[in-house]
Design a protein around this ligand. Structure first.
Ligand code: ZN
Length: 460
C-alpha cells in the first residue's frame, strides 16, 4: 500500500501572533485569532459551444449560456510560504486530476503550496463543459473542449494566485444551519433499487456548515458553505450552460453581502438530488433557500476558529481483482459507465490497474473544526456515519474533491444495488461482480478518516 506524504506542520502564525492580535484581553478572547486570509473569483464560462457533462443523453454541444460559471479561491495563512493553504471551488462537473496537478505545479513555481494544502472542490454541476469525455467526441468537439481546458488551467492558476495576493489579516469562524432541498434519489421496492426519484423521508444530510471569513474590521472577505446534494436541478433535456443551484446560491449570497466571495463545496451527496428539479427557476429557488439560511445564520453566534492548521493526506488504495477476459468483461459492462471506462482502458492496451484509489485528506483547525476531504462520489451514509462515530459537532465533510472517478457506495447501497452500486469503486475493482472485499470499503474509509484526525475528535 502506497502512503503519500503526511504533513504534520503546525500552522502557527508565530510572527503574526505578537504583532497582529488585537489589544485588549476580553475582546481578544471572544474572537478568533488573526490569520492572513484572501479570496478571489474568476469567470470560467466557456466562450464557444462545448459538449456537456453528466448526462449520456446529451450527444450534441451546448446551445448558449443560461448562467455564468465561476471558480473561487480562499487562501489562508502562508506567511512562512509552506504554511499556505488554498481551497478552490469550481463550477465544474469534474476537473481532471491532471488539470488540477498542472495548476498546482504552476502555483508551486511561484509560491510554496503543498499538495495536501491545495483542495479543489468540484461542484459536480451537470450543465457545464465535459472535461473528461473526450473519447466519445468528434475531433472538432474534442478540440473545443481541449481549448476550454487550456483556458480553465490558466484561469484556475490566476484565481489561486489572486487569492494569495489578496491576503490580509482576518479571522475565521463557523456555524451550522439547515436547508431542506437535498432528497434521497434512490427509489426502492422490497429492499432493492428500482430507479431514480425524490424519496421524501429517506436518508439525506440537510446540514449547512458556514465558514465566515472577515478582515480585522469585521468586513466580510468570504463565506464558504457546504451542502450534500448533486448539482442536478437541470436535467439532460437542458442544453445550455448553467452552474445549477450551487452557482445560484453563490450569486445570491454575493448580492446579499457585497464584497464577500461566496464559495460552495459539496458534501456526501452521491445519492441525493435537489428536489423539486427541472428548471432554472428551481435552481434559483434552491440557491435562494441557501442564501436565506446564510443570511439568518449571520445574525447569530459563530464559533471562532483558531488559525492553526494541520493538513494531512493519505489515500486509500484498494486492490483490484484479476480482470476477466475481454469478452467476459464486455458481457458484464451492461449499464455501468464505470466498467465501460475500465473496458476502454483495457481495449486501448493499458495494463490492468492493480489498485484503485480514494483520496482522503483532513484540515484540522486546532480543537475547533476538522474539515474532511473525500474524492469521488460518496453517498449520504458516509457523512452520517463519520459524523456519528466522530465528534460530528466539529466536523465539516467535503466530497467531490480533487478527482471524481466513481461512486463510493456504502454497504447499504451495495446491498440494495442499482445505479450508484453499478458505477461504484466496489464494482470497478471486482470487474462487475458484487463486492465481497473484506474489510468493506465503507469501513476502511471511515477508519482512514478516523486515523487522520487527532484523538480529540473522537465521539464522546
Ligand atoms: Zn454524480
Amino acid at each position: 500500500m502506497r502512503q503519500t506524504f503526511v504533513s504534520q506542520l503546525r500552522w502557527v502564525f508565530c510572527v503574526a501572533a505578537g504583532l497582529l492580535f488585537v489589544a485588549g484581553g476580553a475582546m481578544q478572547s471572544a474572537q478568533a485569532q488573526l490569520a492572513l486570509v484572501g479570496a478571489a473569483k474568476v469567470d470560467i464560462t466557456p466562450k464557444q459551444r462545448v459538449r456537456m457533462y453528466g448526462y449520456g443523453s446529451r450527444i450534441t454541444e451546448s446551445e448558449g449560456i443560461a448562467g455564468r460559471l465561476k471558480a473561487k479561491a480562499l487562501a489562508i495563512g502562508g506567511e512562512k510560504g509552506e504554511e499556505l493553504a488554498v481551497l478552490l471551488t469550481v463550477d465544474s462537473g469534474d476537473v481532471p486530476g491532471e488539470l488540477r496537478a498542472e495548476v498546482l505545479r504552476r502555483v508551486q513555481s511561484k509560491t510554496p503550496l503543498k499538495p495536501e494544502r491545495f483542495m479543489l472542490c468540484n461542484s459536480h454541476n451537470h450543465s457545464c463543459p465535459d472535461l473528461t469525455g473526450t473519447a466519445s467526441m468528434t475531433a472538432a468537439q474534442s478540440e473545443r473542449i481541449t481549448a476550454y481546458a487550456r483556458r480553465l488551467t490558466d484561469l484556475l492558476e490566476k484565481v489561486v494566485l489572486d487569492a494569495i495576493t489578496a491576503r490580509r489579516p482576518g479571522r475565521l469562524s463557523w456555524t451550522r444551519g439547515t436547508v431542506g432541498f437535498a432528497t434521497n434519489r434512490r427509489v426502492l421496492k422490497d429492499g432493492g433499487w428500482t430507479g431514480f426519484g425524490c424519496v421524501g423521508g429517506a436518508l439525506a444530510d440537510h446540514s449547512l456548515p458556514l465558514l465566515r471569513v472577515v478582515d480585522e474590521n469585521d468586513q466580510l472577505i468570504a463565506l464558504v458553505v457546504n451542502y450534500a446534494c448533486h448539482n442536478t436541478t437541470l436535467r439532460g433535456n437542458f442544453k445550455q450552460i448553467h452552474g445549477d443551484w450551487a452557482a445560484s446560491a453563490q450569486e445570491f449570497i454575493e448580492a446579499d453581502h457585497p464584497g464577500a466571495v461566496a464559495l460552495v463545496t459539496i458534501g456526501c451527496g452521491g445519492d441525493s438530488d435537489p428536489c423539486p428539479h427541472g428548471t432554472v427557476k428551481l435552481c434559483e429557488q434552491h440557491g435562494r433557500a441557501m442564501a436565506d439560511e446564510v443570511k439568518r445564520l449571520l445574525q447569530g453566534k459563530f464559533t471562532p476558529i483558531t488559525p492553526e492548521l494541520v493538513a494531512r493526506s493519505r489515500p486509500l488504495e484498494v486492490a483490484c481483482h484479476e480482470p476477466p477476459a475481454l469478452d467476459e468483461l464486455r458481457k458484464r459492462v451492461g449499464q455501468s459507465w464505470a466498467l465501460g471506462r475500465v473496458l476502454a482502458e483495457l481495449e486501448r492496451g493499458q495494463k490492468p490497474a492493480k489498485t484503485r484509489t480514494v483520496q482522503i485528506a483532513t484540515w484540522v483547525f486546532g480543537d475547533d473544526l476538522a474539515m474532511v476531504f473525500l474524492s469521488d462520489e460518496p453517498g449520504v451514509d458516509y457523512a452520517l456515519r463519520i459524523k456519528s462515530e466522530l465528534d460530528g459537532s466539529r466536523l465539516w465533510i467535503n466530497a467531490y474533491t480533487n478527482e471524481i472517478t466513481y461512486y463510493i457506495a456504502s454497504k447499504r447501497v451495495l446491498n440494495e444495488g442499482g445505479y450508484e452500486a453499478r458505477n461504484s469503486l466496489s464494482n470497478t475493482i471486482s470487474y462487475g461482480i458484487p463486492e465481497r472485499v473484506q474489510p468493506p470499503i465503507e469501513d476502511r474509509i471511515v477508519e482512514r478518516v478516523r486515523s487522520l484526525l487527532p484523538d480529540g475528535f473522537a465521539a464522546d
